[in-house]
Write a protein that binds this ligand. Structure first.
Ligand SMILES: [Zn+2]
Ligand SMILES: [Zn+2]
Length: 149
């Protein structure tokens, strides 16, 4: 499993949002991160795998492990409702995660909602519960879809 081509060069452009890839990623984590950075739509594990086949990634476990690693480091989030992944657009890991999910075009936008976090955290702590994540998926219609309607 040693290949020099980690897909880091020559890509870029064509992606919806240009983001700097975090440092310290393993080779396969870089590939998966690139795949997620290329779109604003959440990607399922098998879709990522499909896209990475031509770069030499064939084992589903490779993708699952990379996703797990990226999620643990706080670079991506899993959307349970869609069973898909998106890049985190915040600095550093955060337990409370809020997403706008458009039912028209499937675009997902991560929102920073300090008020939500400020409310959830003390209540959870008061219940003496050790929170790992709190994920809110807000479903509706994005601006583009609303204008197109
Ligand atoms: Zn995030
Ligand atoms: Zn939309």
């Amino acid at each position: 499993m040693t290949r020099d081509n980690d897909g880091t060069n020559g890509t870029g452009g064509g992606g919806a949002v240009m983001r700097d890839r975090p440092a310290g990623l393993a080779k396969n984590e870089k590939l998966v991160w690139n795949a997620l950075a290329a779109t604003t739509e959440p990607q399922k594990a098998y879709e990522i795998l499909d896209g990475l086949k031509e770069q030499g990634v064939r084992a589903p476990m490779t993708v699952y492990r990379a996703l797990e690693g990226l999620e643990t480091k706080g670079h991506i989030h899993k959307l349970d409702g869609l069973n898909a992944f998106v890049l985190c657009n915040h600095e550093g890991p955060h337990a409370v995660q809020t997403f706008l999910v458009c039912e028209g075009c499937s675009t997902v936008t991560e929102l920073e909602m300090v008020a939500v976090e400020a409310n959830i955290t003390p209540a959870v702590r008061a219940a003496e519960f050790d929170m790992h994540t709190a994920r809110l998926e807000i479903k509706g219609t994005c601006v583009s879809c609303a204008e197109a309607a």
